[in-house]
Write a protein that binds this ligand. Structure first.
Ligand code: NAD
Length: 398
């Protein structure tokens, strides 16, 4: 295969400390980042993560993945990522808002609606995106909706954005299922029950697949007959975790399922395993024990490179993150497009456009897999890297 490689080194790095006043009156500082990896194909684009493990290395990797993802799904953006090393669950709402607004003032000089457009990621949601949009607008003295995506519907958000990552993933899942002969009723385990994991469970269940186990940071639940995703979410909201949530419809009973550990979910005898929490969770040791025949990466970077090699050797198919979770950034692009052009699309239009992008991308990747006899990950990276390289050559950047 001709070797095309996108350099992982980002074009720009913004890093520093941001300081906010806590409710107690004392001041506290947090490490903050905005990494701009590549803009050969369009403005930098990438989410905002609030998590204690946020670090420069993690941000750089995620920004690089965004460059590949926007290229693979063919939207006119580059790649970026931002975040704050903080546990948002330890903050009051007031502290969270002050942190968000201070973070926006920190990054405002390097972003812009046609320069770099942040969006949501782990632990950030539409309320946080609305605060970011308001803060940027007050900084530049002009209401600027297109500065962030993932905003609330009443504030320039797009129909379908909240569940877009999982909606796009479902479209990919159905195409993969058809390609690999996976039948309805196939069993699925999902690690992570946040935005991506929960909506994915809901859509898979509605599509006729059997979600038998889900986990969050506190524990996991296994229901051999298939769990009810909505009842499980209701239970999580009430109890603070999916562990111990034994619900079928509106009826909850301990006989319906059992609590398992957050590690056990990986090695269940299921058809498909979906990591939908954080990166680097599957290492070589775990890869040897996994029984699923398909790993469908909904989180960014959940599989370590050495695990990937083991999956290839064991004949386990990995559908990579830059394909499966690209629905989020694709609908973010639709939101930005609507903001720039003063349009308001219906959910039907959003989903039709999203499905179109995904179908086109999957056939392009499938063709490379078939012609070059390589994995889906290598094929998706090849497709994306070629598009980035072509854009860089056109712009005289190489
Ligand atoms: P989220 O904050 O809504 O949810 C994360 C979930 O992971 C939570 O349920 C949390 O409890 C769980 N979790 C954390 N540590 C865990 C552990 N050790 N074991 C089991 N569960 C654990 O985040 P999200 O938006 O759903 O993002 C999840 C992944 O999907 C991330 O990798 C993110 O980058 C990726 N992603 C999300 C979007 C999006 O639009 N939400 C888009 C693209 C990619």
């Amino acid at each position: 295969m001709d070797r095309i490689k996108v350099d992982k080194t980002p074009k720009n790095i913004l890093t520093g400390a941001i300081t906010i006043k806590m409710d107690s009156g004392r001041k506290k500082s947090f490490k903050a980042f905005r990494i701009q990896h590549n803009n050969a194909r369009g403005p930098y684009k990438g989410g905002t993560r609030f998590h204690p493990q946020v670090s420069l290395e993690e941000m750089k990797t995620l920004a690089y993945l965004m460059t590949l993802k926007t290229a693979a799904i063919d939207i006119p953006y580059g790649g970026a990522k931002g975040g704050v090393a903080v546990d948002p669950k330890s903050l009051s709402v007031g502290e969270l808002e002050r942190l968000t607004r201070t973070y926006m003032r920190f990054i405002a000089p390097v972003i812009g609606p046609r320069v770099d457009i942040p969006g949501p990621d782990v632990n950030t949601n539409e309320t946080i995106m609305d605060w970011m949009q308001e803060e940027y607008s007050s900084q530049v003295g002009k209401k600027t909706l297109a500065i962030v995506t993932g905003k609330s519907l009443g504030n320039g958000g797009s129909e379908g954005r909240e569940s877009a990552t999982a909606q796009g993933a479902l479209y990919f899942f159905e195409l993969v299922a058809r390609q690999l002969g996976l039948k309805k009723g196939a069993t699925v385990a999902i690690q992570g029950y946040g935005n991506a994991g929960h909506f994915m469970a809901k859509f898979l269940d509605e599509a006729g697949y059997k979600v038998v186990a889900v986990s969050d940071s506190k524990g996991a639940v296994y229901v051999s007959g298939g769990l009810d995703p909505e009842a499980t979410m209701k239970c999580k909201q009430e109890k603070g975790t999916v562990a111990g949530c034994y619900c079928k419809g509106s009826v909850c009973d301990i006989r319906f399922g059992k609590t398992i550990s957050t590690q056990d979910i990986f090695t269940l005898d299921v058809d498909v395993l979906i990591p939908a929490a954080l990166e680097n969770v599957i290492d070589a040791k775990l890869a040897k024990k996994i029984k699923a025949k398909i790993i469908f990466e909904l989180a960014n970077g959940p599989t370590k490179p050495e695990a990937d090699t083991i999956f290839e050797d064991r004949g386990i198919t990995v559908i990579p993150d830059i394909l499966t979770n690209a629905g989020g950034v694709t609908v973010s692009y639709f939101e930005w497009f609507q903001n720039i052009n003063g349009e308001k699309w219906s959910l039907t239009k959003v989903n039709r456009q999203l499905k179109g992008k995904i179908t086109k991308t999957f056939s392009a990747v499938k063709k490379i897999v078939r012609e070059r006899k390589i994995s889906y990950r290598k094929a998706a990276y090849y497709l994306a890297a070629k598009r980035v390289a072509d854009a860089m050559i056109k712009k005289g950047q190489v």
